[in-house]
Design a protein around this ligand. Structure first.
Ligand code: FMN
Length: 158
């Protein structure tokens, strides 16, 4: 059977993932952010996490050249934030729900979990870059995460 990219994406759509918003700020003070379900922890010693970013994304240069970034893991009721940070051509920060938090990075105070990192390495991953972050600070709240599966948002029972 020849490999079918559509089959690959159909299969991957079935795999549940977290819904996160990655944020950073550039040297000019401009904030950048995008919704990502590709977040994963990577290593305990040293503490590393990763997130994959499309090389064609408008945020790619900012994240690939930053010295630090934040991952906000969203709660079940925060799908509106996920949609806004995935939208092209809008000011994703316009709603004012991100404020300077750990490491001074833009963070969502009501996020379920925040992971603030220094950028450890950018690894080539085909049409994506794998951003590896060294964990500098974490915040853990109570509640249930938002899940992305079958191309839609789902909530876990609390
Ligand atoms: C639930 C969800 C998960 C996403 N996960 C990723 C991801 O892991 N990596 C990525 O590069 N883009 C991901 N995206 C797409 C980006 O959020 C964004 O829409 C894309 O980078 C286009 O943005 P641009 O207009 O800034 O180029 C995801 C979008 C949604 C709605």
């Amino acid at each position: 059977m020849p490999f079918a990219p559509a089959e690959f994406t159909r299969a991957m759509a079935r795999v549940p993932g977290p819904v996160t918003v990655a944020t950073t700020v550039d040297a000019a003070g401009q904030r950048w952010g995008f919704t990502a379900s590709s977040f994963s922890s990577l290593s305990l010693s040293p503490p590393l996490v990763l997130i994959c970013l499309d090389k064609g994304a408008s945020t790619h240069e900012a994240f690939a050249t930053t010295d630090r970034f934040m991952i906000n893991i969203l709660r079940g009721e925060q799908s509106d934030i996920a949609l806004r940070f995935a939208k092209s051509g809008v000011d994703r920060f316009a709603d004012g729900d991100a404020v300077p938090l750990e490491l001074g990075l833009p963070g969502i105070p009501e996020a379920l979990v925040r992971v603030a990192c220094s950028l450890e390495q950018v690894v080539d991953g085909g049409d994506h870059s794998i951003l590896i972050g060294r964990v500098e600070a974490t915040y853990t709240g109570d509640g249930a995460p938002l899940i992305y599966c079958d191309r839609g948002f789902q909530r876990l029972a609390e």
